[in-house]
Design a protein around this ligand. Sequence first.
Ligand code: GDP
Length: 215
Amino acid sequence: MTPPPAAEEDLVERARKAFAGPVAFLKSAPSLQFLPPADLPEVAFAGRSNVGKSSLLNALTNRNGLARTSNTPGRTQELNFFEVGEPAQFRLVDMPGYGFAKAPKDVVRKWRYLVNDFLRGRPVLKRALVLIDARHGIKDVDREILKMLDDAAVSYRLVLTKADKIKASDLAQVSEATAAEARKRPAAHPEVLVTSSDKGMGIAELRAAVLEVVL
Ligand code: GDP
């Protein structure tokens, strides 16, 4: 349900303030034993490598270099935790990227176990935001994590990235196709967010989409 415009404006403003304050890297967890205590609500970010996840996390938090990309296949098989607010109000979880064409099999297997265990065993995880490159739409590599989220009953929302890279007419088409697929998936939010970290497009709405689930 879409909230009335006044409530939505209020949420966007509160979200702006929440992300204008301190944001700090907390820790990396290469396996579940290194997770921080489950004492704050969390929102996780997932997406295939190179989808623009680091850029989006940096835009979201108004920081340069908060989230860093590693373009080395087989590296960054970790969950990275960031705390927002002082004292911390909630956490952002940067999930390891997937879909490297050349990733060795054991790396893919490790990713699958880590992500699955996290999704199934994290009661404070309020929502996942799954990033999809607006130029490509949802691909089979993305469907694997969508299925993991559906099966774990973790609510998620699809976020198109790099929207500045395609024509408005193509963007409208990809948005509609993505939303149509979202509506068919059990744990997906029916509305898709459209963003561009480069142009600052959709960032205020993305902040609101994070805040509304951790309040
Ligand atoms: P990650 O691997 O998912 O963390 O992706 P990055 O954030 O490192 O981005 C991958 C590449 O896409 C980089 O070259 C970025 O500069 C570029 N990129 C990321 N977001 C955008 C965007 O909104 N617009 C454009 N045009 N390029 C972007």
